[in-house]
Design a protein around this ligand. Structure first.
Ligand code: TYM
Length: 328
């Protein structure tokens, strides 16, 4: 029997979710929950590579679940769970590591970037992509919605799966692991932060999804711009303001802003105000839903427990196949 397409993605609970997370991964993931069997998890094992505060890790994990639900994840359609509630994933990561060339991991951009920013070269940080491959492969995932920064990790996961299949697959039993595909949306593959670089918790340039009004306004108003005077024409193609506005405004509204840029006579401050209004309104229904969920705290734990149950039953099946294939 052919099974449903399986969709999987994860998010690290290293801090507060920002609109880069939302438009890069959460929004597409929520849209995909209607197109197959969706599994979304909170990557708390991965977060341990940078967060060493148990209280914060636990609280952030709960908060990611809350925010994901507020943004529209429907637990009747998609399983939501903590990575660490499926500890089998670490067993698979070990097995995968036995076929992963160190040279492949040494080329990982995200590892090199973190080391360049002063992170200690811990073994867990180095083998991060192997655990990520295990996350994906343990559910026989077909589609993985992510932002562009995860593209290389997906390539590594496919590479590792291929190596396992070549080493342990057989004519009679077929391939051991399913090859996943990244789903990266061109318009939102890199959402810029307020300094124009990729929006990222570690760059301190984020606009949080659920920050309060004053804070969101302040962040938007501090978007970095050039010093073109109010009356002069401005280039909409290189503007972070226009790029962010396009995420939340209609086509006509974006065209209108682009036209105002080209004409001149309107300052960046006014454009930022327009952007803030749209952003604030865009997330209004989600803030409302979040407040409702907060009144039923037990709901979050029950969703996570239900999701973990579903994830465990799939992971157990795949691990049985893997253990048999490799001889354990
Ligand atoms: P993380 O927690 O850094 O980010 C979660 C998701 O948000 C996307 N994202 C962005 N997309 C567009 N523009 C941005 N500025 C932006 N910032 C973040 C990320 O691409 C990601 O999709 N390694 C992963 C977590 C993970 C995972 C997995 C993902 C662990 N195991 C298995 C998929 C499958 C990470 O650190 O994402």
């Amino acid at each position: 029997m052919k099974r449903n397409v399986r969709i999987l993605s994860g998010i690290q609970p290293t801090g507060i979710l920002h609109i880069g997370n939302y438009f890069g991964m959460m929004r597409p993931a929520i849209a995909l929950q209607d197109e197959g069997e969706a599994l979304y998890f909170i990557a708390d094992y991965h977060a341990l590579t940078s967060l060493r505060d148990p209280l914060a890790l636990r609280e952030n994990s709960r908060r990611v679940a809350l925010d994901f639900l507020a943004c529209g994840l429907n637990p009747d359609k998609a399983a939501l769970f903590r990575q660490s509630d499926v500890p089998q994933v670490t067993e698979l990561a070990w097995i995968l590591s036995t076929v992963t060339p160190v040279s492949r991991l040494e080329l990982a951009h995200s590892y090199k970037d973190k080391i360049a920013r002063g992170a200690t070269a811990a073994a867990g940080l180095f083998t991060y992509p192997v655990l990520m491959a295990a996350d994906i492969l343990i559910y026989d995932s077909d589609i993985v919605p992510v932002g562009k920064d995860q593209k290389q990790h997906l390539e590594i996961a496919r590479d590792i799966a291929t190596r396992i299949n070549e080493t342990f697959g057989s004519m009679r039993e077929g391939q051991v692991l399913n090859l996943p595909e990244a789903r990266i949306q061109a318009q939102t593959e890199v959402v810029p932060g307020i300094d124009g670089q990729k929006m990222s918790k570690s760059y301190g340039n984020t606009i949080d999804i659920f920050g309060d009004e004053k804070e969101m306004r302040k962040r938007v108003m501090s978007i970095v711009t050039d010093s073109t005077p109010v009356e002069a024409p401005k280039d909409p193609d290189t503007s972070t303001i226009v790029q962010l506005y396009a995420l939340v405004a209609s086509k006509e509204e974006v065209e209108e802003m682009r036209e105002q840029f080209r004409k001149g006579g309107c300052g960046y401050g006014d454009f930022k105000k327009q952007l803030f209004e749209k952003l604030w309104d865009y997330f209004a229904p989600m803030r409302k839903r979040r407040d409702e969920i907060l009144r039923h705290q037990d709901y979050i734990e029950s969703v996570l427990a239900q999701g973990a149950g579903r994830a465990n039953s799939i992971a157990d099946g795949v691990m049985k196949r893997v253990r048999k294939a490799v001889g354990l």
